[in-house]
Design a protein. Sequence first.
Length: 255
Amino acid sequence: MRDDLRNELELARARIAISGAQREKLARYHGIPESRFEVVPLAPVAELRRGAPAPEPPPLRVATWGMQMERKGAHILIEAAAKVGDRVEVEIFGRFDDPKYERRCRERARGLAVRFHGRFEWEELEATRLHAAVFPSLTFETFGLTFDEAWALGHPVIATDLGAYRERADASTRLFSTGDSDALAGILGSLASDPGELARLRAAVRPPAGFAGFVDAMEAIYARAVREGRRSARPTRSIRRATPTSGRSTRARRC
């Protein structure tokens, strides 16, 4: 499979990554220079409205959203909230992919100001008055579209310092070490007790780039690839072909 993916990349007329972090990982994994990839950041499809912030804390009101898988780290946010106490309220939007993990999170949240919303619509998120968004992911993130969603809503972001999260962080972002609920609790507690710092973060939020710009960038790359015509390239490694008993063939395809 790795050889096939490398062959695909070698034969392509354009190689697109959605972040510098993804480009670096693809280049290192496949042994292809980073300079042969171009970065085109994603853009949110949903057109979210900037909402009114919650009243001045405490309590600090934060939310996380998306599919709630263990590697997305909702339990880290709950652990941090337990350490901050009644100075923070947490909203968790999105269904859980694993009933066992959901039970774990609900048990840890017992007695805390943590609300589980389950499946949600964007209108619900727009109508929820928040101070900040928290994305405590435990896994390498290739982009972090939730950053753009939070910024579109007018919320600063608190997130782990790995992958594209670190790359995309700006003046409206606070980062903490992956899996470190103590560090996250420190940030939440600091913002709950310092409305001025929270106001500075919110003032630094800038709306994300529009989806139309992403489409234009991709169309320009496709048009250039078509103009360049068919490239003559040989796979750099042997490709495993079908045997009479397999009935299937694994081969490189041209883009």
